[in-house]
Design a binder for this molecule. Structure first.
Ligand code: 2BA
Length: 117
């Protein structure tokens, strides 16, 4: 069994939920917030048998679109921001510009035990 953790833009959540539920996939949705944009997104926790992982990943891929979002951060420069230097405004000490968000950010993890009581 695997645990698929998928971070999805809120605009894609309704359609993806419907697709997964129709396919008989069990899902838990958590309200989450992107650390960078500080905008709401949704984290799907999906526990599935190994044989179904690829089909669930295909559903997620089909259901989630990449979008351009405007990013603005007043957070001071840190090591993690180096890759964002093209958007760095030296005068303001802030970052602004557009970034591509998604489709979905997905982690597939092994499940040691699955219990339902
Ligand atoms: P956010 O953290 O709000 O990031 C939104 C988008 O901003 C990212 O899209 C990426 O294009 C850009 N971005 C984020 N951090 C950046 C940085 N340090 N430097 C330059 N650009 C940066 P995605 O990569 O598609 O990520 C969408 C959302 O998925 C993220 O929202 C976050 O909630 C989650 N996420 C992405 N990678 C993750 C990871 N390795 N671990 C945990 N969550 C992750």
């Amino acid at each position: 069994m695997k645990m698929i953790v998928a971070i999805v833009q809120n605009s894609d959540v309704a359609r993806l939920s419907e697709t997964l539920i129709k396919a008989g996939v069990r899902v838990t949705k958590l309200a989450s917030t992107g650390g960078f944009l500080r905008a709401g997104n949704t984290t799907f926790m999906i526990g599935v048998e190994d044989a179904r992982v690829d089909s669930v990943l295909a559903d997620i891929k089909r259901g989630c679109q990449p979008r351009e979002e405007y990013a603005q951060s007043s957070v001071g420069a840190g090591a993690e921001m180096d890759s964002f230097s093209s958007l760095h405004d030296e005068t303001l000490g802030a970052y602004s510009g557009s970034v591509q968000v998604g489709g979905a950010t997905v982690f597939v993890m092994p499940v040691e035990r699955f219990l339902r009581f």
